[in-house]
Design a protein around this ligand. Structure first.
Ligand code: ATP
Ligand code: MG
Ligand code: MG
Length: 554
């Protein structure tokens, strides 16, 4: 696939530039419709559109493809801007709106009517669909196909003046009802919509269809390479047909298609994502389980991990389903480099070190990140009473249990070696407290610390620990490819364990004092965590970004 380190799109761009096409200019665009939040599929397109421009010294426009007012909103415009910036791309002042071209598009439509290339149809959408024919059978001409030009002009203007109801009239290109390409069978150019537009208000009553608007918008903006996904391959001849109405040899945009990103255990269609949000099945577009950029940000993914993942899967001309494990791997790999190591105990049990002086606290110096010598250290208190994970102690352990058991020794991470001397139980036999002694010569850094013990446990000092709520997130769906299960309701395919809330998690004071949204922590031996936007100094809330290991792997 790759030639000289370039993917096939970059190769085309490189060849076009070398051939001096379009005066040697390179201008791409990313064209989201502001009808939802961006998802990781869009990130793939963003990395391509902005990436190729960066690589070859071109420019990339952000164009809001806002031609359907009923589904669009400024909330989406704002979120799209924020998400692209977060990914690390910038369009400078090159922000455009397809709605800015409504006047030019309208003028072009008028011109095409005058040249006999477009006509006003007065049939229902069902009738029009029925006349379309099939790929092996030619379609049937509309009875209005030969309407006189003057009449077409009059009707189109009255369509836009608001004289007619939605669905009564459309403007169609007069091309070929027998074309082997179905998109050439007199495609609709304009329909009537009487819903106010988020930018142009009620000025327009007719709105252009994608195929008519997109290529022309590319042309008006000076876009040279209009990169989109494979489902637009059959639209390309129509793109070229409409663009020819404007372009000449000196400048003509071209469409190039690559494969969509599809991910296992999630859905990518904005319609379904909107449904999840509207039905309250998730907490919003930025729910950390959503495949949206904002959801992944809130979950604690880094922009770099998303870019690394997109690099790994690459750009091809074949549709594929990508494994979410690969994305999760990329996230772990990047967080391993950047996350601050801290200690938190998810399911705490108290442990008393009986030979440690009562009321004494010592401060241990903890490494922030062994992967990054520049990351420095932070301080962690140690005292007579600490918390460890309930799971890290067993009264009657099996053979290879390397954690704490009666008479056994373990190391406290960054601290001392301790030995279990007994436990206290409640009436039902549940362990309430564990008793240990510590060996003062084994503190990390002292010569005695060289003594070998099998297990190392994380812990927090009881007196200084803070309580936190932790939201344990997992995959949103329990079915590998929900989009493919056509006869199942996608609600039934949701993973019932995609969110588990754990209260009373004990965290070391350093986290409580410093954590802010956007920070990445590794709770040692547990996973990667990030403070949620719901977190307050009174009620700390963390999201689990990812477990340390892939527990879905067999
Ligand atoms: P949906 O089908 O969910 O409505 P869309 O493709 O219509 O999504 P747009 O806002 O029009 O959403 O997409 C903007 C750009 O992002 C388009 O160029 C589109 O091709 C690209 N894009 C959307 N989804 C994906 C995906 N899964 N993989 C790669 N590119 C995508
Ligand atoms: Mg769409
Ligand atoms: Mg679209």
């Amino acid at each position: 696939e790759e030639k000289g380190g370039l993917n096939f799109v970059e190769q085309i761009v490189s060849d076009d530039l070398a051939a001096g096409k379009n005066g040697g200019r390179l201008n791409t665009r990313f064209p989201p419709e502001p009808n939802g939040y961006l998802h990781i599929g869009h990130a793939k397109a963003i990395c391509m559109d902005f990436g190729v421009a960066e690589k070859f010294g071109g420019t990339c426009n952000l164009r809001f493809d806002d031609t359907n007012p009923t589904k669009e909103d400024v909330e989406y415009v704002d979120s799209i801007r924020e998400d692209i910036h977060w990914l690390g791309f910038d369009w400078g002042d090159r922000e455009y709106y397809a709605s800015d071209y409504f006047p030019q598009l309208y003028d072009l439509a008028i011109r095409m009517i005058k040249e006999g290339k477009a006509y006003v149809d007065h049939q229902t959408s069902e009738e029009i669909a029925r006349q379309k024919g099939t790929p092996t059978q030619p379609g049937v001409n509309s009875p209005y196909r030969d309407r006189p030009i003057e009449e077409n002009l009059d009707l189109f203007q009255r369509m836009n003046a608001g004289e007619f109801e939605e669905g009564t009239y459309v403007l169609r290109a007069k091309i070929d009802m027998a074309s082997p390409n179905m998109h050439f069978r007199d495609p609709i150019m304009y329909r009537i919509i009487k819903y106010p537009h988020h930018r142009t208000g009620t000025k327009w009553k007719v709105y252009p269809m994608y195929d008519f608007a997109h290529g022309q918008s590319d042309y008006f903006e000076g876009v040279t390479h209009s990169i989109c996904t494979l489902e637009f391959v059959p639209h390309r001849p129509l793109y070229e047909y409409f663009v020819k109405e404007l372009a000449d040899e000196s400048y003509c945009p071209r469409q190039i298609e690559f494969n969509r990103l599809n991910l296992t255990y999630t859905v990518m269609s904005k319609r379904k994502l909107l449904q999840l949000v509207q039905e309250g099945l998730v907490a919003g577009w930025d729910d950390p389980r959503m495949p949206t950029i904002s959801g992944m940000r809130r979950r604690g993914f880094t922009p770099q991990s998303i870019k690394n993942f997109i690099n790994m899967i690459g750009y091809t001309k074949f549709e594929a389903l990508n494994s979410i494990s690969l994305l999760e791997h990329a996230v772990r790999e990047d967080l391993n480099k950047v996350a601050t190591r801290v200690m938190a105990v998810i399911n705490p049990v108290k442990l008393v070190i009986t030979n440690y002086p009562e009321g004494q606290t010592e401060i241990l110096e903890m490494e922030n990140n062994p992967e990054d010598p520049e990351a420095g250290t932070h301080q962690m208190p140690f005292s007579r009473e600490i918390y460890i994970e309930r799971d890290d102690f067993m009264e009657n352990p099996p053979k290879k249990f390397f954690r704490l058991a009666p008479d056994g020794e373990v190391r406290l991470k960054g601290g001392y070696i301790i030995k279990c001397t007994g436990v206290k139980k409640d009436d039902e036999g549940n362990i309430e407290e564990i008793y240990c002694t510590y060996d003062p010569d084994t503190r990390s850094g002292l010569p005695g610390s060289m003594r070998k013990v099998k297990g190392t446990l994380h812990w927090v000092s009881a007196a200084q620990a803070k309580d936190a709520t932790v939201r344990m997130y997992d995959r949103l769906f329990s079915v590998e490819n929900p989009a493919e299960e056509k006869d199942k309701d996608f609600r039934e395919m949701l993973n019932p364990d995609s969110l588990r809330v754990v209260e009373g998690v004990k965290i070391e004071p350093f986290i409580a004092e410093n954590a802010k949204v956007g920070d990445h922590y590794q709770f040692q031996r547990i996973g990667y965590f990030t403070p949620d936007k719901d977190s307050t100094p009174e009620k700390l809330v963390f999201n689990r970004t990812m477990q340390l290991k892939d527990t879905w792997e067999k």
